[in-house]
Design a protein around this ligand. Structure first.
Ligand code: TYD
Length: 234
């Protein structure tokens, strides 16, 4: 059973010991979801919401949250190189290692909140769930190694029907075709299934229905953020 908004709120309120443990560092909040789930918009809206409360925030994304990462991102998404799935996995992990060590960890240590568009969940959902790479346990260990075992405080999973999500993405202004646009509905359904599995298994994940309008979804996200930062939703 996936955690919905209400269960997520209860869990965050009940997390006092974790809050104490993390008091000396900023919060690490990850947004996950399939194509067209609205992650990027919601990261921006959430940034504005928290900045209006005078919080120190940075937003970042994977792949491509560092200078090296931008080169890796171009390689991964390029329609000319087409890395094989194993090479693709290592590129995502290299991107993450650079990102965690040079951007995310320093910000958290500086007591800055980090909002990150995609992280561990994307590697598990795309490379294991959809690409079907062999030895998933081994991949999970390498993935944990790449992020120095860093765990998010909250993962907001925006669950969208792939038919809705892919449709939204295709009409997005300025959208350029990449390697990841060639996939059929089965691929996106496998990604979604794996994300849903993670949301049901992982304590810090909350699943929100992102088939709804942006304002409806953002209202739920604001409640989660209020609860994480203030222990109560307004
Ligand atoms: P991007 O254009 O950033 O997609 P989006 O705007 O939907 O976030 O492309 C990133 C693609 O890389 C996206 O299709 C998901 C995929 N991806 C993985 O397969 N594994 C990963 O570990 C990450 C971070 C992303």
């Amino acid at each position: 059973m996936n955690k919905n908004l209400q269960e997520g709120l209860v869990l965050l309120v009940g997390n006092d010991s974790d809050i104490v443990a993390h008091m000396t560092r900023g919060k690490f909040i990850v947004f996950e979801g399939g194509e067209g789930s609205g992650k990027t918009h919601h990261v921006r809206f959430s940034q504005e919401y928290l900045e209006n409360q005078d919080m120190g925030i940075i937003t970042t994304h994977e792949p491509g949250g560092t200078q090296l990462g931008r080169t890796i991102r171009e390689t991964i998404l390029s329609t000319t190189h087409t890395p094989v799935p194993t090479a693709e996995l290592f590129l995502f992990l290299a991107d993450r290692a650079q990102h965690v060590e040079t951007v995310i960890q320093p910000a958290l240590q500086d007591n800055t909140t980090v909002l990150c568009d995609r992280f561990t969940g994307s590697t598990l959902a795309y490379q294991i769930g959809a690409r079907g790479l062999a030895n998933p346990e081994f991949i999970m260990q390498m993935e944990a190694y790449s992020r120095k075992q860093l765990e998010p405080d909250l993962v907001i999973y925006l669950d969208v029907d792939p038919k809705v999500g892919v449709g939204r993405k295709q009409i997005q202004p300025g959208h350029e075709m990449t390697n990841f646009d060639d996939f059929d509905l089965d691929f996106h359904t496998s990604v979604r299934n794996y994300f849903q599995k993670l949301a049901s298994e992982q304590e810090c994940w909350v699943q929100l229905d992102a088939n709804r309008t942006m304002p409806e979804v953002q209202q739920d996200i604001n409640s989660l953020l209020d609860t994480l930062f203030h222990g109560t939703s307004h």
